[in-house]
Write a protein that binds this ligand. Structure first.
Ligand code: ADP
Length: 460
């Protein structure tokens, strides 16, 4: 156990020295001394204390006032008061200030010492239970105090950080105890959650909670098995999607050849059209699944400083024919001098295509779709606005989820429910933001903000 730290507050140096030098220090306590309530409070706020012994009657902040303030600020810090003259009223005030004990001068030093030990023991009891619970936990847990010192580190964390048996690490600065830079960034940073990849390929999800007293708790949870399962699923889906494309291409090819071998009746033609549109829908789904798979697997590391204008124009021009077939107006307003973005051009194209295709798909004949791009601060802003069927308010937060499709489009429009989740993934991967504003039967507007490429940064 680390030695307990006690603060002695008294304006009379004689008593203060006596308690510090003859009662506490010879018994192994670390001692701080203050000659006023104010100074005592300052020390209590600065240092990590285990107990306070204070005189009651002092000029300025009294012992009672000090105990009251400390009870508010550090409710678990025990306070023992000493007074020259005891009275019923004083005893009651001390009780109301939540002090653990109360001595009248002259007092027996042995009794004071016994009282200090009892208070420290009582303070340790809940902590000891918490330590036992944490010791059995498979999740590594580290608690640090406001002074950046480790106050608790459970067995799982000691094993992870390569420390000896308890209480290794306790009382030391956490930066000396927790080695890896990634773990330091988690505990020292201001993100409440994160992930940690360990040298031995173990994956941990991390939570950093702030405590009321200025300390922090780091809790890690091993998600290696989950990650492996996710990876297996991704590669399984990607393999199936890839392998199914060849037979589908064959089906489509053969369907196209049927009328070469003789006349086809109207009824047969209807069936051929159904087969063709189903096969096309299936290959769109496979294409989306493969795309998501390669992004999830992190295979997309290509990045170039892309000029958005020609890319957007190309996408819009490619879809003009589709718009004209349904008498839709498709407009683009691209500001001159648009910032470049550091992105994989194939992904960028996919992002714009998905948004504009959706706008056209979910807008009735004769409707209008506008594609805008402009610079705003350090971002490129892309906006796709349509006069289509709109999205209900309760569906708007869900449209970026995988496989989500609004009820009112299921019967009427073909789709996989993957297009916007791919868009969201691309936007997230490149550090951007996307959101939707929409009103049912009036139209929707999707806005994407992507960080501008700073020429100083290099494409990795
Ligand atoms: P889908 O293949 O169904 O179009 P998406 O992921 O692209 O899949 O879109 C998810 C859902 O969001 C769509 O099914 C539709 O309900 C809604 N949605 C997307 N874009 C629009 C839009 N421009 N107007 C109205 N609804 C839209």
């Amino acid at each position: 156990m680390t030695p307990a730290t006690v603060l002695v507050v008294d304006d009379a140096a004689q008593i203060r020295d006596f308690v510090a030098e003859y009662v506490l220090r010879p018994n192994g306590f670390t001692v701080f001394q203050a000659d006023s309530g104010e100074q005592g409070l300052e020390i209590a706020r600065r240092e990590t204390l285990d107990l306070v012994v204070s005189d009651i009657k002092m000029p300025g902040l009294s012992g009672i006032g000090l105990a009251q303030t400390l009870h508010r600020e550090q409710p678990h810090l025990p306070v023992i008061l000493i007074t020259a003259e005891g009275s019923e009223q004083l005893a009651q005030e001390a009780l109301r200030a939540h002090v653990v004990d109360y001595f009248i001068k002259p007092f027996d030093p042995e009794e004071l010492l016994a009282s200090i030990r009892r208070a420290l023991e009582a303070r340790r009891r809940p902590l000891a239970v918490a330590e036992q619970v944490l010791a059995t936990l498979a999740d590594p847990v580290v608690v640090v105090d406001a002074a950046e010192q480790v106050t608790l580190i459970n067995a799982a964390a000691r094993e992870l950080f390569g420390l000896a048996a308890a209480p290794a690490g306790v009382g030391r600065l956490w930066r000396e105890v927790i080695g890896p830079a990634e773990a330091q960034a988690l505990l020292g940073g201001d993100q409440p959650t994160g992930e940690l990849l360990w040298d031995d390929e173990r994956f941990f999800s991390a939570v950093v909670n702030r405590l009321a007293d200025g300390g922090r708790v780091l809790i890690l949870h091993d998600i290696t098995a989950l990650r492996r399962a996710e990876r297996a699923k991704t590669s399984f889906v990607a393999t199936i999607a890839h392998d199914l494309r060849s037979p589908l291409t064959a089906v489509l090819g053969h369907v196209g050849l049927i009328d070469r071998f003789g006349p086809v009746t109207d009824a047969q033609n209807t069936h051929i059209r159904h087969i063709r549109s189903s096969v096309l829908a299936m290959s769109a789904l496979l294409h989306d699944l493969m795309d998501l798979g390669s992004m999830e697997a992190g295979l997309d590391s290509r990045r170039e400083a892309v000029d958005p204008v020609p890319l957007i124009k190309k996408v819009v021009d490619g879809l003009r024919y589709q718009a004209e077939a349904r008498q839709q107006t498709l407009l683009d307003h691209l500001a001159g001098d648009l910032p470049r973005v550091l992105i994989n051009p194939v992904r960028f194209r996919r992002l714009i295509t998905n948004l504009v295709e959706n706008a056209l798909k979910y807008t009735p004949e004769s409707g209008r779709v506008e594609v805008e791009a402009y610079a705003q601060e350090d971002c490129l802003v892309l906006r796709v606005t349509d006069t289509g069927i709109g999205i209900a308010p309760e569906d708007q937060p869900r449209v970026f989820e995988e496989f989500f499709r609004a009820d009112h489009v299921r019967q009427t429009h073909l789709g996989t429910g993957l297009g916007l989740s791919i868009v969201k993934r691309i936007v997230d991967d490149y550090g951007g933001r996307i959101w939707v504003e929409s009103r049912l039967a009036e139209g929707s507007r999707f806005t994407v903000m992507l960080p501008r490429h700073m020429p100083a940064e290099r494409a990795p």
